[in-house]
Design a protein around this ligand. Structure first.
Ligand code: NI
Length: 186
């Protein structure tokens, strides 16, 4: 178990397409465990492999104490619309309202290699959509209107100096209250 460095906005890996996982190896299960540790340390509820510099199609989500490991997740059904204030562990301190499907059904492969489906609404639904976006090189700021995206990028300009190597090293002292709660850090 280990807390991994998080790649922040500007890192090319965040914009790359991931590679589907065909074989679940012990190394990939360890990666999933480390991703949970990293996500918890950063006080978030979801994390995708590119955020820790990896190219596998893998995301982890934990909402209401339910942990989900998702290999090759894809949305197979969606309906409705909702608005959610989102942030991202790779764009710390930047938040914006995103419109998402109100309900999604996601099909994925679990730790045991078996395919399962998970339905999500509200935070779980938003988180699933946000993490699946990550697996295709997409970030929440891409969903913002032109003006809101410009505002978010201006806010990031103020922040990014803290991450000269585009890496965010989570230490106990590095997390502070930014006025938002975990349900907005995806
Ligand atoms: Ni994110």
């Amino acid at each position: 178990m280990a807390v991994l460095p998080i790649y922040v906005l500007g890192s090319p890996v965040l914009r790359q397409e991931t590679t589907p996982v065909t074989t679940i190896t012990p190394e990939l299960l360890k990666l999933a465990d480390d991703m949970f540790d990293t996500m918890h340390a950063a006080q978030g509820v979801g994390l995708a492999a590119p955020q820790v510099g990896r190219s596998e199609r893998l995301a982890v989500v934990e909402v209401e104490h339910e942990r989900h490991v998702l290999f090759n997740p894809e949305i197979v059904f969606e309906e409705g619309e909702l608005r959610w204030e989102e942030g991202c562990l790779s764009i710390p301190e930047v938040y914006g309202d995103v419109y998402r499907a109100a309900r999604v059904v996601v099909r994925a492969m679990g730790r045991n290699g078996k395919t399962f489906e998970i339905e999500g609404q509200e935070l779980l639904g938003v988180c699933l959509q946000h993490e699946i976006d990550h697996l295709h090189g997409k970030l929440f700021i891409d969903h913002l209107s032109f003006l809101k995206k410009r505002k978010a990028l201006a806010a990031w300009d103020e922040e990014k100096g803290q991450y000269p190597d585009l890496l965010r090293i989570i230490t106990p002292g590095s997390i502070h209250d930014d006025g938002h709660d975990d349900s907005e850090r995806l």
